[in-house]
Design a protein around this ligand. Structure first.
Ligand code: 9MR
Length: 457
């Protein structure tokens, strides 16, 4: 190949390349030493730590609180997954039959996705929080209206919701192991699978979950009944991907010592498990720590969502069951959760040293700071990347991935995503000089992120 005008002599190019590769390797080794060397690299937020272990740490979010900056500060700093607390329920999204209303749900989805947080949709079919028009329906009219609702709502959020609670709370409490009586149940025992098939047709890429409370204790009749339903669905090819254990250890319910058995037993059926609405009366550190350790011990436990941020945000605020107090301060249970997450082993072991796409790139100079990439854990479908900034304490870094790859989750910075998740602008948020993100490969397993710029100030 001919040299273009201005191209340095060949030998010089090779030295420069070798030098830059060597510097890159030193940077990688230094960073990996930090990662494996103990507490220096311990993540400082729940979402960051969970992401390093291939999981999410999320919270229920109320649209009405998105104007509260104390609330959003914690939300944006700590969490990388969001579940709208009430805004996707049937009464919110279809208040009049066939008139859909998505304003508050869209607001939450936009807030989450623009910051790299994944969204859990809650919920498409439920006996509770039905709008008046639906409460009064029965039989095939209700069945048809329910299926239309599932189709319309799942279609509206197609591509934006990672997991749907397709059906919520369809089993009875107590020892019967029976379905809960409801207008939906009275349309026929197959209403649940009909809902799953409709959701699958509307959003084939979303993960479809069955979600319930009091299915935490492996010995409970309700747990066993849900287990048998999932087993039956899997054996007959009903499209179910996951089970959500709400895990409200409030009111009369307690964390059961066989919780890990429950998680692993569901997982053994070939579904993922999610802890979807966690809160614990008086927030004891031990019980919170146990839940985290149990999830980390089960490979198919994909993440934990707490049901609110501060105690004052909780549906059971009188029990102070959450990780932050009403003033937004971290409670002892927060420290227990973060430590348990940080002590967990990343799935697949330590970060890979040589990423499949070659050595990490270094950013062009000139912005008053330097951002260097450290490859993180690589899974079959996605990989993590850490970026360490030097030369400035406040900064903005722009990083890009190659489409169809897509950045889906970020941590330890104030993020905004553009160009369908391929361009990340990350600003320092006071949580240190290292931030990270997860990239879905979407079929391209070779490409790796590039730093486009690092700007101080
Ligand atoms: O937290 C929700 C609260 O604001 C609502 O008033 C209530 C109405 O049913 O629903 C609460 O969320 C529930 C969730 O949707 C399903 N599992 C139980 C949760 C706590 O009641």
């Amino acid at each position: 190949m001919r040299n273009k005008p201005g191209t340095p002599p060949r030998r010089r190019t090779r030295i420069a390349t070798t030098l830059s590769a060597a510097l890159g390797s030193i940077a990688v080794l230094a960073a990996i030493t930090l990662v494996t060397g103990g507490s220096a690299a311990a993540a400082t937020t729940l979402g960051a730590s969970a992401a390093e272990r291939g999981r999410y740490f999320g919270t229920a979010v109320a649209a009405s609180r998105l104007n509260d900056s104390a609330y959003t500060t914690i939300l944006n700093r700590e969490f990388n997954q969001v579940t709208p607390e009430n805004e996707m329920k049937i009464d919110a999204t279809e208040p009049q039959q066939n008139q859909f209303s998505y304003g508050n749900a869209d607001r939450i989805v936009q807030h989450a996705r623009s910051r790299g947080m994944q969204v859990r949709g809650h919920t498409l079919a439920w006996h509770s929080q039905q709008p008046g028009w639906m409460q009064n329906m029965s039989g095939s009219t209700l069945r048809q209206a329910m299926l239309n609702h599932v189709t319309q709502v799942a279609t509206h959020f197609r591509g934006q919701v990672a997991w749907w609670d397709v059906v919520n709370e369809a089993f009875a409490d107590g020892g019967s192991g029976a379905r809960r009586d409801s207008n939906l149940q009275r349309t026929g025992n197959d209403w649940i699978e009909a809902a799953f098939r409709a959701a699958d047709a509307a959003d084939p890429n979303a993960q479809l979950c069955y979600n319930d409370y009091n299915i935490d204790n492996w010995n409970d009749a309700k747990t066993q009944a849900v287990y048998r339903m999932v087993q039956d669905f899997k054996s007959r090819g009903v499209p179910i991907d996951c089970v959500g254990l709400q895990s409200h250890f409030t009111g009369g319910s307690n964390y059961p010592s066989n919780y890990r058995t429950t998680l692993s037993s569901f997982a053994a059926l070939g579904v993922d498990v999610h802890i979807t609405e966690l809160d614990i009366r008086n927030a004891p550190s031990d019980a919170y720590r146990n839940v985290v350790n149990d999830c980390l011990a089960v490979a198919r436990c994909k993440g934990i969502t707490v049901w609110g941020i501060r105690d004052s945000d909780s549906w059971r605020s009188g029990e102070s069951p959450l990780l932050f107090n009403g003033s937004g301060q971290k409670k002892p249970a927060y420290d227990a959760v973060l430590t348990a997450l940080n002590n967990g082993t990343p799935p697949g072991g330590n970060p890979t040293t040589t990423p499949p796409g070659g050595n990490p790139t270094t950013p062009p100079p000139g912005g008053g700071c330097t951002a260097s990439i450290t490859p993180g854990t690589v899974w079959g479908d996605r990989y993590n990347t850490s970026v360490t900034v030097s030369g400035a304490t406040t900064w903005t870094v722009v990083a890009a991935v190659t489409a169809p790859q897509q950045i889906t989750t970020t941590w330890s910075g104030s993020a905004s995503l553009a160009s369908n998740g391929t361009v990340l602008t990350m600003r320092s948020n006071g949580s240190g000089n290292t931030f990270g993100f997860t990239t879905m490969m979407n079929g391209n397993s070779g490409a790796r992120p590039q730093i486009r710029s690092c700007t101080a100030g």
